[in-house]
Design a protein. Structure first.
Length: 223
C-alpha cells in the first residue's frame, strides 16, 4: 500500500514510518519539520533499512492545510495521523483534525488518527474519563488530555472514514515486541495495574489496523 503518515518526525510518527516501510509499504512521511523530499529510508532507521522494505519519501506539510493534504491523499491508499500539538498549542487540534478529515472525505481515503488516552473510560472508575482521573493524567498533562477528547468529538461529528486509536496512559520509546492487547473504549491495565506500551508496539498495532481494519471506530491497545 501507499501510506501517507502525518506527524512523521514525532516519537510515534517515526516509528510508524519505519514499521510501515519494514512491512513493504510505500510511505510518504509528512510533517511540518520535514525540509523536503528524499528517497529510500530518507533518514528513518529501523525496519526501513532491511531488504524488501518499502520506499520512504518525505514532504513538508502543515496538517491544517486541507488543500495540500488532499493533494497527498489523492495518490494514497490510506493515511495515518500522529500529529501532536506542541505544549501551549492545544487549541490548534480541532482545526488540524477537521482539515485532515475534510481532505480524507474529499478523496475517499481511510484515515487512522492516533490520539490520546483522555477520551477513554478509566479502568478504576467506570463513571470517569481518563482525563479526569489523576492516577493516569497528572494535572500538568490535563490540557493535552482534554485536547484528545476534543479531537475525538470532532471525528464523531464527521462523515469521513476515520478510526481513532487511543494509546494507554504511558506511551514512551522502548522495544518492539510485536505483542499487545486490544480493547475498545476503556483504558487497559496489565496485571500490575499499569497502563503502558512502547511507541514501537503502538506502531505495530496501528499497522495491523491499517492492514486488517477492525469494526470499532474507537479502540485502544496496551500490554
Amino acid at each position: 500500500m501507499r501510506i501517507v503518515t502525518f506527524g512523521a518526525t514525532g516519537m510515534v510518527g517515526t516509528r510508524l514510518v519505519s514499521e510501515a516501510s519494514g512491512r513493504g509499504h510505500e510511505v510518504v512521511a509528512a510533517s511540518r519539520g520535514n525540509a523536503g523530499s528524499g528517497g529510500r529510508n530518507a533518514g528513518y532507521g529501523g525496519a526501513s533499512g532491511e531488504a524488501g522494505a518499502g520506499a520512504i519519501s518525505t514532504v513538508a506539510v502543515d496538517a491544517r492545510d486541507q488543500s495540500r493534504v488532499a493533494d497527498l491523499l489523492r495518490t494514497a491508499d490510506v493515511a495515518i495521523s500522529a500529529v501532536r500539538p506542541r505544549p501551549g498549542e492545544e487549541a490548534s487540534v480541532p482545526e488540524a483534525t477537521r482539515a485532515l478529515l475534510d481532505a480524507a472525505a474529499e478523496t475517499q481515503t481511510a484515515l487512522l488518527l492516533i490520539g490520546g488516552a483522555g477520551p477513554l473510560i478509566s479502568a478504576l472508575a467506570p463513571a470517569t474519563l481518563v482525563l479526569d482521573d489523576e492516577r493516569f493524567v497528572p494535572a500538568q498533562w490535563r490540557s493535552s488530555a482534554v485536547a484528545s477528547l476534543v479531537q475525538l468529538r470532532v471525528c464523531e461529528g464527521h462523515g469521513a472514514a476515520w478510526t481513532y486509536l487511543s494509546p494507554p496512559a504511558v506511551l514512551e520509546p522502548g522495544i518492539r515486541t510485536g505483542t499487545y492487547r486490544r480493547g475498545t473504549t476503556t483504558l487497559l491495565l496489565d496485571a500490575a495495574g499499569r497502563s503502558r506500551i512502547s511507541a514501537e508496539d503502538l506502531a505495530v498495532a496501528a499497522l495491523d489496523e491499517v492492514e486488517h481494519p477492525g469494526e470499532a471506530r474507537h479502540f485502544t491497545v496496551a500490554y
